[in-house]
Design a protein around this ligand. Structure first.
Ligand code: OOG
Ligand code: NI
Length: 464
């Protein structure tokens, strides 16, 4: 089959992201309400803060904003993780970053499947935060064996999905009809199943060990547990949620409110109680809380230096608070956070000069008009100063471990605090995945480099 019959992985990802959103809207109606709120607030920000809209126009993010979202799943075995990686690869999504959540009392480690090139991200930035359950951290051999036995029996992919993955790997792509079929088949893996794979007693045992273990082991597949739209003003969302009947978590995770957002800020609403039919003769019914809603605001991707500063300031805030942020100390936490982060410049030019963030560069009309002139500046700083080059921050496409832990916790409830010590094991994760995870900082640096290169070319310069 000629190559041009294949649909691009980016287009399959965009179709899949839209299909997931539709499915989740049906499964969790509050997600639909949340989308409405986000769209209202985004419109309002664009009207009231034209500089924000202008920046989004420079980078083209304005076109991806409405379809931007991430989801999260939790898988139970190495084999499931490795196959999920193959499924996502059909859609041009690759594992980026390693996140250890064990230090926060959640027995999983994770990666983010996402597009890696800015052009692909522009078409569809859909990402899935994917966690692998770590049964080896459970020191109850009987329960571990029970969980392993149950997981070994389940099949989370449809036979047709597996065929299409293999076909895509063999042929190098899928045609339009197969891509469409693939999206529908892949969707089944992420659906909610009301029928549990375990009896009520087994569910209770798993749940007593850790709510997350029940969530992964007791069901037929890795149901998508949230889908997160991107907002331009998370503080407005946090304030606006109660009026829409959506109860927010106590604090917004990540950096504080800033004029120029950095990294990622997130908030969520509590998981729903869902009806479950347990297996066994009596077919007893129960409930499970799994799926919730989350909202994110994305800002600048930070360099290693910027990230180190971020981590240091966040640590300082938490130390000053003397515990994890919760309902009771939320206000104090947000105030401390704001204080600590006074040390992080809230000005794009300063962030650039100090090497704290990654940027994208654009030739301006003035720069284009000056192309033939001998006395024009030729260094990046000179061109910026002369108004020949404009820059905007590169948007952060990944996740944050401390925030992710906060999101997990908000949804697992306070009774789920557990101690696993710090047990990062990237090698074991990559062995299960069957792949190395990519380094996000390298990806941002490459993207910045490409932008500089393109800018130099447009201006008729060798390099910048
Ligand atoms: C994933 C929680 C982490 C985020 O946005 O940081 C996450 C989960 O609950 O499975 O989604
Ligand atoms: Ni999330």
């Amino acid at each position: 089959m000629p190559v041009h019959d294949f649909v691009s992985p980016d287009s399959i990802r965009a179709q899949f992201s839209a299909a997931m959103s539709l499915m989740y809207k049906q499964e969790v109606p509050l997600y639909g309400t949340l989308l409405e709120l986000v769209s209202e607030i985004n419109q309002q920000v664009m009207v009231e803060q034209p500089q924000v809209a202008q920046a989004l126009r420079w980078t083209g993010e304005i076109e991806r904003l409405d379809q931007e979202r991430h989801g999260a799943i939790r898988v139970g075995t190495a084999e499931e993780l490795a196959t999920i990686a193959r499924l996502f690869a059909v859609m041009g999504m690759h594992p980026v970053g390693y996140y250890d959540l064990s230090c926060a009392g959640v027995p999983v480690h994770s990666t983010a499947f996402r597009a890696v090139h800015e052009q692909a991200l522009h078409i569809s930035p859909f990402r899935v935060f994917t966690s692998l359950l770590r049964l080896e951290l459970i020191d109850n051999p009987q329960l571990r064996a029970l969980a392993e036995g149950i997981l070994a029996k389940r099949k989370i992919f449809t036979p047709r999905a597996l065929e299409l993955i293999t076909q895509c790997e063999r042929d190098g792509g899928l045609n339009a009809a197969d891509a469409k079929a693939f999206v529908q088949e892949a969707l089944h893996t992420f659906r909610w199943h009301q029928d549990a794979t375990v009896s009520a007693e087994q569910y209770q045992q798993l749940h007593d060990q850790h709510r997350l273990i029940a969530d992964v082991v007791a069901f037929k597949g890795p149901h998508i547990n949230h889908l997160t739209p991107r907002t331009l003003d998370i503080d407005a969302i946090q304030r606006g949620m109660p009026a829409k009947g959506i109860p927010p978590k106590a604090v917004v995770e990540g950096p504080p409110t800033r004029r120029h957002p950095i990294l990622l800020r997130q908030t969520s609403f509590k998981a729903l109680q869902e009806k479950v039919a347990f297996s066994g003769q009596h077919g007893s019914e129960g409930s499970h809380t799994a799926r919730f809603g989350e909202i994110e605001q994305r800002g600048a991707a930070l360099t290693p230096k910027g990230r180190e500063l971020y981590d240091r300031l966040l640590d300082a805030t938490r130390n000053a608070l003397g515990g994890a942020p919760a309902e009771a100390n939320a206000e104090r936490y947000m105030a401390l956070l704001q204080d600590s982060f006074a040390a992080f410049p809230d000005d794009l030019a300063q962030m650039r000069e100090q090497g704290l963030a990654y940027f994208r560069y654009f030739a301006t009309d003035k720069g284009l008009a000056a192309r033939g002139q001998h006395d024009r500046p030729t260094t990046l700083d000179g061109l910026i100063e002369a108004g020949h080059v404009h820059f905007e921050a590169l948007v952060y496409e990944d996740f944050l471990p401390v925030s992710a832990a906060g999101i997990f916790q908000s949804n697992l409830g306070d009774d789920a605090q557990a101690e696993y010590g710090s047990n990062a094991n990237r090698e074991a994760f990559e062995a299960a995945l069957g792949l190395r995870v990519q380094d996000e900082l390298t990806l941002y640096a490459q993207s910045e480099q490409r932008s500089l290169q393109a800018c130099a070319q447009t201006l008729g310069l060798d390099s910048l």
